[in-house]
Design a protein around this ligand. Structure first.
Ligand code: SF4
Length: 258
């Protein structure tokens, strides 16, 4: 029996959270966020019920970064699971929640990628490595104090690279890692199974592209035109990337992101 895709659990449930993403991160005024906000300070638009008071007009008010943000379900994991029943209003509790959120958010992002790898058909040894890493990240998530996230990120990055190479092997795919393709018309380019890890695709025209198992880890897809593109088999695609891109009903996404 196949197990349910673990990524289905990595979805934000803001009703079970306490607005952690509106308080913990630091922001500088930019195209994504209209104001400077120090870390661990509530956004001025955070309501008393932890809802966003300008949610319906975030882009118009200069906060498009909030629209595309994804916590991978780490907010409710901290508030409703790890601090179940704790008093959010207690400053000591809140500080401990913030500490946990800073770690769990990064671990849930890793879990998203590792779950993508674990859903692929891999040789036994590689599949076992992925399973071992998934167990380690989950255990770290459940006891986040003192976790060395940076070393887990490095281990995950190396293993994802191996999985990516396996998925794209023999397909003659192009290596466009970290390529600057911003604003380019890529409709006639063969990007099937391309290595696009870290590529800058801001505003690129990818209409109708068939990306196959292209590696999109960390690719910047802001305002990239994905109408008619097939991303159903892509590797390491996130909600954040999809929300930041231009899509419509003709964009074919992986099942978990539909
Ligand atoms: S941290 Fe996640 S669950 Fe909490 S309010 Fe932000 S998006 Fe919602």
């Amino acid at each position: 029996m196949t197990r349910p895709d673990p990524r289905l659990a990595l979805v934000a449930d803001c009703s079970s959270c306490a607005g952690l993403c509106c308080e913990v991160p630091q922001f500088q005024a930019s195209a994504d966020f209209a104001i400077d906000k120090p870390g661990r300070t509530p956004c001025p638009h955070l309501g008393a019920d932890f809802g966003c008071t300008i949610h319906a007009e975030l882009p118009q008010r200069g906060f498009p970064g909030c629209v595309v943000y994804d916590c991978f379900g780490s907010g409710q994991q901290v508030v409703a699971v790890q601090f179940a029943g704790a008093d959010h209003a207690d400053p000591g509790v809140r500080a401990a929640m913030f500490d946990a959120f800073e770690v769990v958010e990064r671990l849930h992002e890793l879990l998203w990628y590792v779950a993508d790898a674990s859903a692929r058909a891999l040789p036994r040894g590689l599949a076992d490595e992925v399973g071992g890493l998934e167990a380690t990240v989950l255990a770290s998530r459940d006891a986040p104090a003192g976790v060395e996230v940076t070393s887990l990120q490095a281990r995950t990055g190396a293993l994802l690279d191996e999985v990516s190479s396996h998925l794209r092997r023999g397909l003659g795919a192009r290596d466009l890692r970290d390529a600057d393709l911003a604003g380019r018309d890529l409709r006639e380019e063969d990007l099937y199974a391309a290595r696009l890890r870290g590529a800058v695709l801001i505003g690129a025209d990818l209409r109708g592209a068939d990306l196959g198992p292209a590696d999109l880890l960390g690719a910047d897809l802001r305002a990239a035109d994905l109408r008619g593109a097939d991303l159903s088999e892509t590797f390491c695609l996130t909600r954040f990337q999809v929300r930041a891109a231009r899509t419509d009903a003709t964009t074919v996404l992986p099942d978990v992101l539909r």
